[in-house]
Each structure stands twice: as structure tokens, then as C-alpha cells.
Ligand binder design. Structure first.
Ligand code: A2P
Length: 260
């Protein structure tokens, strides 16, 4: 697809899947010239009442994929998502050319384990990172931690881990190196608790049968609830972890552009 007169890509919706009344995913065509790094986000949107309404969305598919996946909340009176949730296959989505983001390998120092810590739709960039071969070349062990209010909200994480383990490109590595930890905070399930609590009380590590956090070897990417990110940052800094950026790689990175 070529750019329209406003310099935006106009891409077609290929696929839509609704998970709950709050969550859905969709796929759009990928312009040939569109390049991004796994874990980055891009502005996408719709023309609404004569104005282009654009929001930052993490690309939830890897940088090598032929189409682009997004995972979204549905807010009934949300300016964009109240419309976006009604899209149908064949509809047009607007997309900017520029991508950016900090949940990329170059913002982290080398390490042994990569923890991808997410709540809610914050799992989206990790659906991309977990299907990138570089992730398994750079880290021996890759752990997706996903916490939501209810069990139904965890399904996208389970589905993308399954897809990764059966992926023609990374499946073999993911089957050996990728581990998934999922918990709920409101619905009663076998695995409950906020990720911050489970790191502090060690529940995450005992449940998974793995060693506790170590700033020398462990690297973390975080995306989701602002409150979770704030608390995780304090928790990590108290344990000797240092926030990284592309200009100055560190032991953890945060996606601040994310709006849950
Ligand atoms: P909780 O149910 O205890 O608030 P949301 O759907 O509101 O975006 O929240 C997504 C998940 O993030 C929920 O499971 C929520 O837990 C959790 N969460 C909210 N605030 C924090 C925090 N400060 N630290 C860790 N997890 C949090």
C-alpha cells in the first residue's frame, strides 16, 4: 500500500478475534516499506468525524511477519476504541510510518534470563518479542509473566505462547527456552496475586522452580498498568537493577507510551 495524501498508510483489516467484552485482537496488511523492531509501537487509528484519531499501539507480531497484529482494549466511550471495536474484515486502518519504543534488545545489557512483565494488554509487545529469533539468541531463558483481573483476560497470553512454540521460525527455541507465568488478581484461580507481590514474597520463583532475581544476569522488560510499572521500578532499583534506554542500555526497560 502506498501512503495517502496525509502521509499515512491505509491498511486493510484481515482478521478480528474478540476475547472478552473488554479485549480483542486484529490483524492488518503490512505495507512493504514498513519496518520496525520487535517490541516497538506505532500510531494507528481511524478517520472519525472528519478527523484522524490516532493512538499508540504496540505491534503484537514480530518484525519479520507478513501482516501486523494489534491487541486492544475496548472502552465503551473511548474516543478511538469505541469505534475500533466495531471494525470488520476489509475495513481500512490508518497507520503512521514511524515506529519507536524501548522494549527492544538494544536497550538492555547482555544477560541470561529475560523477564517480560505485563498486565492486561501490556502483553502485546511481548507477543512480538517472544517470536523474534534474536530473543532466544540473546537469552538462555525467556519468561513471560502476565497478570490480569480475570482468567478470560489471560487467554491472549496463552494463545501467543502456543503460537510461538509452534512457530516455524522460533518454535524449536521457544519450546525449550520460553516459560509462561500467568496470574489473576480478582477472579479466584489456582495462581493468584499481583506480580509485584509475587516477586517480593518469592511466589513467582518457587512456583516456577527458578532462582530469585539477580541484577548481574537478569534483564526485564515491563509494560502495562502505570501503577504496576511504578511499583516494579522501585522494587527493581531497590535490588540493584538500573533502567536502560537505547542511548544507555541497562538491566530493565519500561514502555511509557503504553496506554492500557
Ligand atoms: P488489581 O486487580 O489488584 O488492581 P487493570 O485491568 O486495572 O489495568 O489492571 C491489570 C492488572 O494489574 C490487575 O491484575 C491489577 O491488579 C494489576 N495492578 C494494578 N496496580 C498494580 C500495582 N501497583 N502493582 C502490581 N499490579 C498492579
Amino acid at each position: 500500500m502506498t501512503l495517502n495524501s496525509q502521509g499515512l498508510f491505509e491498511e486493510k483489516v484481515l482478521e478480528i478475534q474478540h476475547y472478552t467484552d473488554r479485549l480483542f485482537r486484529f490483524r492488518i496488511t503490512r505495507p512493504q516499506s514498513f519496518r520496525f523492531r520487535s517490541g516497538e509501537f506505532v500510531m494507528i487509528g481511524l478517520p472519525i468525524n472528519g478527523k484522524n484519531l490516532m493512538r499508540a499501539y504496540s505491534v503484537a507480531s514480530p518484525s519479520w511477519d507478513e501482516s501486523l497484529e494489534f491487541y486492544s482494549i475496548k472502552v465503551q466511550d473511548g474516543p478511538l476504541t469505541s469505534h475500533l471495536q466495531n471494525i470488520k474484515v476489509g475495513d481500512t486502518i490508518l497507520m503512521r510510518q514511524k515506529t519507536t519504543g524501548t522494549l527492544v534488545h538494544d536497550a538492555l545489557l547482555p544477560g541470561k534470563r529475560l523477564f517480560m512483565i505485563s498486565t492486561g494488554t501490556g502483553v502485546a509487545p511481548f507477543a512480538s518479542v517472544m517470536r523474534d529469533p534474536e530473543t532466544y539468541e540473546k537469552f538462555e531463558t525467556v519468561i513471560l509473566a502476565h497478570t490480569c483481573r480475570d482468567a478470560a483476560e489471560l487467554k491472549y497470553g496463552f494463545d501467543t505462547v502456543e503460537v510461538s512454540k509452534n512457530d516455524p521460525l522460533v518454535g524449536e527455541q521457544a519450546a525449550k527456552q520460553l516459560f509462561h507465568f500467568a496470574s489473576t488478581t480478582r477472579e479466584k484461580t489456582a495462581q493468584m496475586g499481583r506480580i509485584t507481590t509475587l516477586i517480593e514474597n518469592g511466589g513467582l520463583f518457587t512456583t516456577m522452580g527458578i532462582a530469585a532475581l539477580n541484577p548481574q544476569e537478569d534483564r526485564l522488560m515491563m509494560c502495562g498498568s502505570m501503577a504496576m510499572i511504578k511499583d516494579m521500578k522501585a522494587l527493581l532499583e531497590a535490588r540493584g537493577f538500573v533502567e536502560g534506554s537505547l542511548a544507555d542500555p541497562g538491566s530493565f526497560v519500561i514502555e511509557r507510551a503504553f496506554v492500557g
